[in-house]
Design a protein around this ligand. Structure first.
Ligand code: SAM
Length: 279
């Protein structure tokens, strides 16, 4: 069946450009254009937005983003074998798709875009968390991007939206939820990809809040949360003793029992403790 954009089906694109998947680049492709359109729609209304996509591969999601009306898509792809296929998409959407051939960890792609900016990607699993952490820790808040719509392994998606008391709760949940609204919007079984990965995946949608939910210094909060979850089974007075000699008193001042474990402490409590530590 012909696709709505008049371009060939993705199986044909892959065959004609010899895009056999490389494991080293985390290549698990989405070949169902209905599915890539759903992911693009999960990013919200894209009309009037610049979109950054990392790892377009043969371009399934890229086509979804363009068909859903993105003003402009900038796609960063490390595998130069994909460039001819992406050039065909650029030709079908004149002036709306630009491709940077390179490593997303090394290119400052956001500097090429004009707000409002959405970031949407089926991320290579080996660099996904690192990119997320970079997007979440810009020098100033709010960041230049408005939303992140990202595919992760299910286990990582669960760590992003985790609540206190659960095993998945930790640094990533706190880093995200301090300054973003986060939810899982789509779950996908391994068979949705070619080749299928070993685990299930999920798409997470993050919206940047205009300001943090609770006041705290970003560097102090990061250091505190890292120390707390580094030894997550220890009581906080032991896990955090390197941060301040009078840590018990500061925990109490923040309304946290010194015998509590990191897993049970809410975002609001961590922020209160970060303020106590910054005094
Ligand atoms: N977006 C395509 C899709 O949904 O079918 C492909 C997704 S595949 C999971 C990840 C893509 O990221 C691959 O095309 C891979 O070549 C690319 N990639 C891997 N590491 C990268 C990096 N450091 N910078 C940019 N692209 C990268």
């Amino acid at each position: 069946m012909a696709a709505i954009d008049g371009l060939p089906p993705l199986r044909e694109v892959i065959a004609s450009h010899g895009l056999s998947a490389k494991k080293s680049l985390g290549q698990n492709f989405l070949l169902d254009l209905n599915l890539t359109a759903r992911i693009a729609r999960a990013a919200g209304d894209l009309s009037g937005m610049d979109v950054l996509e990392v790892g377009p591969g043969p371009g399934g999601l890229t086509r979804g983003l363009l068909a859903e009306g993105a003003r402009r898509v900038l796609a960063v792809e490390k595998d130069s074998r994909c460039l001819p296929a992406l050039a065909e998409i650029a030709a079908a959407y004149p002036g709306r798709l630009e491709v940077i051939s390179g490593d997303a960890l090394e290119v400052d792609a956001l500097a090429h875009l004009r707000p409002p900016i959405a970031i949407c990607a089926n991320l290579p699993y080996n660099v996904g968390t690192e990119l997320l952490v970079r997007w979440l820790t810009p020098r100033d808040w709010p960041p230049v991007w408005s939303t992140l719509t990202l595919m992760f392994q299910r286990e990582v998606a669960e760590r992003i939206v985790a609540q206190p008391g659960s095993k998945a709760y930790g640094r990533l949940a706190l880093l995200v939820q301090w300054r973003c609204e986060a939810r899982i919007v789509l779950s996908l079984p391994p068979e949705a990809f070619t080749p299928p990965p070993k685990v299930s995946s999920a798409v997470v949608h993050l919206k940047a809040l205009p300001e943090p939910r609770f006041p705290a210094d970003a560097a102090v909060l990061e250091r505190l949360v890292a120390a707390a979850f580094n030894q997550r089974r220890k009581m906080l007075r032991a896990a955090l003793k390197g941060l301040a000699p009078d840590i018990e008193a500061r925990l109490e001042a923040a309304g946290i029992a010194p015998t509590e474990r990191a897993e049970q402490v809410s975002l609001e409590q961590f922020c209160r403790l970060a303020r106590e530590l910054a005094r």
